[in-house]
Design a binder for this molecule. Structure first.
Ligand code: NAP
Length: 434
């Protein structure tokens, strides 16, 4: 049985996908019983160098040739405008669609999934989260019998590389970012990664699948790593924590928490050991307990591996007379998103090394129902902009679990205390106990 596949966008992932389909065609045919034939590959520029040469007869600059000559349309252009038009017209024509476009699905997936439902069409997006890690398939199939309690993910390789270098190599943020750019792990404009948006797109997609609820992307709390100071990475290390940009989705009663921010996790936790550009996702289900998925979260080859797994599913869908709906169907469900998180906190204040300072900070925390778990005061002098004449030391307070709103209002009161210099630092700590 033959199924025709066409690719639009022949960049990093498109080239690797074409290479995989052509190189392993016979292997895939033996394993699946389906012969996936690459019929056309569209790109605007065929002059640029690629890691694999696409045969001339497959090349086109007109995406419409891909639409007319394939049963499965693979969108690997990226961006939101053209990609969305392409996906909607392919679905409209009843084609199966495979995409890796997390940006588009997280922000405008509703329209796309509704179109897929209307047309009873297949849309696969395994490669949109975690690159080569089959985490979407795990949620959809392997864990389908579970109510998902939590998802904790290291979903962005660039920021994980930077934080790893800060933790292990003692580098500052700028230094680690330049190194990542030099090694090709960070874009020239790294904002989507550094500011947390890429991880936020991915956790929004995972949460929609896990909780069967439409998520308005604007409801995701997003804080990137731009403000991370190496002093906090070092102090956290002394306290037994590793700093990660964690993407978190949790079911709390009838609401969900969905957030991305720098987070301290205990150095002994499996997620803390995920270093460099690697990604990992920990999913906890009510029957299965904790499961963890680990691998390369980006790069042409790992991502192509995920794209091809969707292509195979699309082929099976076509040959099974479209009996299993394969789209995200929320049936109009939209769970509330809880903004008042309940978490443990690491707080750092810059204060003069004088008696009574800790007591005045602790008093405000107590007035806001925040209980202190431990205190660390270093005899090191910090430099704080605008306070050159006043030597200050870092005072670190780890709290027991507290509500975000209480923490925020306590911090604004503490910032006004005459003994506190500069802006306090707040880093959330993900820890089940306490
Ligand atoms: N790279 C990864 O590791 C990775 C991992 C997971 C997911 N993804 C996702 O995969 C998708 C593709 O990423 P990528 O890294 O492969 O991007 P890329 O290297 O920039 O490739 C995109 C390709 O599409 C071409 N293109 C742009 N407009 C087109 C049009 N109208 N018709 C035909 N081709 C067009 C581009 O040509 P020009 O260069 O001439 O503009 C480029 O060759 C994105 O959604 C991305 O988020 C990527």
């Amino acid at each position: 049985m033959q199924v025709r596949v066409g690719i639009v966008g022949c960049g990093t992932v498109g080239t690797a996908t074409a290479k995989l389909l052509l190189t392993n065609r016979e292997l895939i045919r033996k394993r699946t019983g389906i012969d996936f034939v690459l019929t056309k590959v569209a790109d605007l520029n065929w002059e640029k160098e690629r890691e694999f040469e696409i045969p001339r007869e497959l090349r086109t600059t007109d995406y419409r040739e891909v639409l007319s000559e394939s049963d499965i349309v693979v969108e690997l252009v990226g961006g939101k405008t053209f990609a969305k038009e392409l996906i909607l017209s392919a679905l409209e024509e009843g084609k199966c669609v495979v995409t890796a476009n997390k940006h588009l699905l997280a922000e405008e997936g509703k329209e796309i999934f509704e179109k897929a439902k209307e047309k009873n069409a297949f849309i696969g997006f395994e490669a949109s989260v975690g690159g080569g890690i089959p985490v979407i398939k795990a949620l959809r199939e392997g864990l389908v019998g579970n109510r998902i309690k939590n998802i904790l993910g290291i979903l962005n390789g660039t920021t994980n590389y930077i934080l790893t270098r800060m933790f292990e190599g003692g580098l500052g943020l700028e230094e680690a970012l330049s190194e990542a750019q030099r090694l090709g792990y960070a874009e020239a404009d790294p904002s989507l990664d550094i500011d947390g948006w890429d991880a936020a797109h991915k956790i929004a997609i995972l949460a929609e699948l896990a909780y069967g609820s439409y998520i308005d992307f604007g409801d995701v709390y997003v804080e990137g790593i731009r403000g991370v100071d190496k002093l906090d990475v070092e102090l956290g290390k002394e306290l037994g924590y590793t700093l990660k940009l964690l993407a978190i989705a949790k079911r709390v009663d009838d609401e969900i928490e969905i957030r991305v921010h720098p987070t301290f996790i205990h150095t002994e936790e499996a997620l803390a050991k995920v270093s460099g550009v690697y990604n990992a996702v920990m999913i906890e289900g009510d029957f299965v307990g904790k499961t963890m998925f680990y691998g390369r979260g980006a790069g042409g080859h790992p991502t192509a591996s995920a794209v091809v797994s969707d292509i195979v599913d699309a082929g099976k869908f076509l040959l099974c007379e479209k009996r299993t709906p394969v789209y995200v169907d929320w049936e109009g469900r939209k769970l509330g998103v809880r903004k008042n998180f309940y978490s443990r906190y690491y707080l750092r204040f810059s204060v003069p090394d004088k008696p009574g300072v800790l007591a005045s900070v602790a008093r405000v925390l107590a007035e806001h129902n925040i209980s202190i778990a431990s205190v660390l005061q270093k005899e090191m002098v910090c430099k704080i902009a605008g306070s050159e004449n006043e030597p200050v030391v870092p005072l670190v307070i780890l709290t027991h679990k507290a509500y975000e709103q209480d923490i925020q209002s306590a911090l604004s009161r503490i910032s006004e205390l005459p003994v506190v210099v500069g802006k306090p630092v707040l880093i959330r700590v993900e820890e089940e106990a306490y």
